[in-house]
Design a protein around this ligand. Structure first.
Ligand code: GLN
Length: 303
């Protein structure tokens, strides 16, 4: 399969979408990012690597960080993680409060903000140095020790983070988080502020592409846990657009409002794409199109 040519052809085909959508501006620091950027990187389990355009430029991974948090959570707590947070699609926006009130503080899944805030709280309760451990795990998955938090982005998100603060308060009211609300929010915003390139994200997600059990920075996942992480990405990774992504692309994946999307073709490849302009659901317009064309041209998906 000539993945390099496919990545280059895809770019030509998605160019008409290059001005559609806008970057996230509810996080003031992200409003400053040049929206007209694009990169893609695909890495196979056989060790081949293909990149195009700005594949080595780091950007804010935002909600993609939630996957690393769930991987650590599954590694530490196993199935009991699901007592804290569900694993059903929400069908609602990533920052919605509606279900959380009706369902008395148990988030539907760990990829909506409420669920990720609960997972962040759990990591804080279990670990002496959650911030250090979180970044060590990501660095270990990528084999890069320069990946880091961007404090300007985290502080900027906190300055306007009224909705996430409301979610955290509702969770606290229902006893779903144990630590101080302000501390949990700041850890959550820091996790989202991590910066990685498409190449680094594709490398990190290779661990979830293979079904081989792994250990990175002391965190172990079994084949079964890797399968389950992919299952939750498939059903919940794109919030109220999870069905659409599954329909168009046919791979488990996760998006972030920084414009990144990572997807996994189990036992074949991981692919990360980045373009900051988002659709109304908070998912990258060019990123979604690129992955749709990737599985169309390669005629490979999980279905
Ligand atoms: N930090 C962002 C938020 O909480 C993450 C959302 C996202 O990437 N979908 O709003």
């Amino acid at each position: 399969m000539d993945y390099q040519k496919i990545l280059e052809d895809i770019y030509q085909e998605i160019l008409p979408y290059s001005k559609v959508g806008a970057q996230a501006d509810y996080i003031p620091a992200l409003a400053k990012v040049d929206p007209d950027q694009y990169g893609i990187s695909l890495k196979t389990v056989m060790g081949e690597s293909y990149s195009f355009m700005k594949a080595d430029k780091r950007f804010s991974i935002q909600s993609i960080a939630k996957v690393f948090a769930v991987a650590m959570g599954l590694s530490m707590k196993g199935e009991s993680l699901w007592k804290l947070v569900g694993k059903e699609p929400s069908g609602t926006a990533f920052n919605s409060l509606v279900q959380l009130e009706i369902e008395k503080g148990k988030p539907r899944n760990p990829f909506i903000n409420a669920g990720a805030i609960v997972v962040a709280d759990m990591l804080m309760s279990e670990l002496d140095d959650p911030e250090g451990e979180f970044i060590r795990f990501i660095r270990s998955l990528c084999g890069s020790d320069t990946i880091d938090y961007n404090m300007e982005v985290a502080v900027s998100e906190r300055s306007k983070g009224y909705l996430n603060a409301a979610i955290a308060n509702l969770l606290k009211y229902h006893g779903s988080i144990s630590n101080d609300i302000e501390d949990v929010l700041m850890f959550y915003f820091k996790m989202c502020s991590v910066e990685m390139s498409c190449e680094e994200l594709a490398q990190a997600f290779l661990a979830f592409t293979n079904s081989t059990p792994f250990e990175y920075a002391g965190y172990k996942m079994t084949s079964s846990q890797i399968k389950r992480l992919n299952a939750v990405m498939q059903t919940c990774g794109f919030y109220d657009e999870a069905g659409e992504f599954s329909y168009l692309v046919g791979l488990p994946g996760k998006s972030g409002v920084g414009g990144g999307i990572v997807a996994v073709h189990p036992l074949r490849y991981s692919v990360a794409v980045w373009s900051p302009r988002l659709n109304s659901k908070g998912n990258s317009v060019m990123g979604m199109k690129a992955l749709e064309l990737l599985t169309t041209y390669t005629q490979e998906s999980i279905f």
